[in-house]
Design a protein around this ligand. Structure first.
Ligand SMILES: [Mg+2]
Length: 372
């Protein structure tokens, strides 16, 4: 037994309605069904983590994350919470994959360990609080007229860049969407696009070449995840940089993509890597290869995004920030944590840990499973 040790873990499946359905090529989402993990140290401090299992991307569900969380919680009892790498290695040994639920544990452990050291998480990760971080806002995949309306609305709200969900065959329909948006908002506001694997090589090549002059920063996951041979061809032939999202869950995937030159950029999500421990490996590999990255998320609340912003502050090669998921939720159940400034700059506080917590009144609405 360590001097202080993990003595209790709470598992809370929560639900938050989205203000309107979030539509990507893989389908529509109406509710964020996330799982909250609270890890209590014997000295009374605790850390909070959150995950948002996305069926069509993780192959995980809320029910599944709760079931695994029970097993993961049992093996962490009695352990020193600061030995995070050891705990992550143990989780990876217990079960392969399941990145979403592992992320919630990893996030809670970092929150707790930073609190025990009395440091805000960005400082615990040796990050820079003054890093300039501005979020985009995302337009769902809808008929082109609706998307153009949204683009006008988001431009008026002052977002410095818009992310556009695409992914229909034939991809000429997506080109029409981008043209409609550009007609509505002009060419100055940068766009970034995400096809969520919907095109094949030819549809992607045609679309990316047709969109060349529309001020598009990059394109996420144009074709089926893991199709390395076609991704390599697109990297060479596309005038728009290619960003690997679903293809790169963790550092092992990143190694393959780097070796094969199968992407120009990575989109790092804590919910794909299994948390901060392994996300740092991806960011470090990209940094060593002089590659830029983006950070993004699933439908996490402001708590999950707060942890992500602290992580973002630790890496100067993360230059794109897709931190808009809390803006899509119909309520904000989080106290403290990150703030959106008027111009959509994102900041965090100097509270120890990540500085965010769920409102206890909100959590009372849900079942709580306690392991001790
Ligand atoms: Mg994406």
């Amino acid at each position: 037994m360590h001097k202080t040790y993990i003595h209790k873990i709470e598992i809370i499946p929560i639900e938050i309605a989205l203000s309107e359905p979030f539509v990507i090529s893989k389908g529509a989402l109406t509710h964020a069904r996330n799982t909250v993990i609270k890890i209590y140290n014997s000295d009374g401090t605790y850390g909070t983590g959150e995950c948002c299992p996305y069926r069509s991307i993780h192959g995980e569900t809320q029910t599944g994350t709760v079931a695994f969380a029970r097993d993961l919680a049992k093996v962490l009892l009695g352990e020193d919470p600061r030995e995070i790498r050891k705990h992550v290695a143990l989780m990876d040994k217990m079960i392969v994959g399941n990145a979403s639920v592992k992320c919630a544990f990893d996030m809670a452990l970092y929150d707790l360990a930073a609190k025990m050291d009395g440091l805000p998480l960005y400082a615990y990760l040796q990050g820079d609080k003054n890093k300039s971080i501005y979020t985009d806002n995302t337009i769902s995949l809808l008929p082109k007229e609706k998307m153009a309306e949204k683009a006008i609305q988001f431009k008026e709200m002052g977002f410095p860049v818009l992310k556009v969900k695409l992914g229909e065959r034939p991809s000429t329909k997506d080109v029409e969407r981008i043209k409609a948006i550009r007609l509505a908002i002009g060419n100055d506001l940068p766009l970034r696009i995400d096809a969520n694997q919907a095109w094949n090589y030819l549809e992607a090549k045609r679309a990316l070449i047709a969109m060349k002059d529309y001020n598009i920063e990059h394109c996420e996951e144009p074709i089926q995840a893991g199709n390395i041979p076609d991704q390599k061809r697109l990297v060479v032939e596309s005038p728009i940089p290619i960003m690997a999202d679903e293809t790169v869950f963790n550092h092992k995937d990143a190694a393959i993509v780097i070796k094969e030159n199968a992407a120009d950029l990575f989109n790092i999500k804590l919910g794909k890597s299994g948390g901060i421990t392994n996300a740092m490996k991806i960011a470090g590999m990209a940094q060593a290869c002089d590659m830029y990255c983006q950070v993004g998320s699933f439908s996490e609340s402001r708590l999950g995004i707060t942890a992500l912003v602290h992580f973002d502050m630790a890496w100067d090669n993360i230059i794109y920030h897709d931190l808009d998921s809390p803006l899509m939720l119909s309520e904000d159940p989080v106290l403290g944590g990150m703030t959106y400034e008027k111009d959509w700059r994102v900041t965090v506080t100097d509270e120890p840990g990540h500085g965010a917590d769920f409102d206890p009144v909100f959590l009372q609405k849900f079942e709580m499973i306690t392991i001790k």
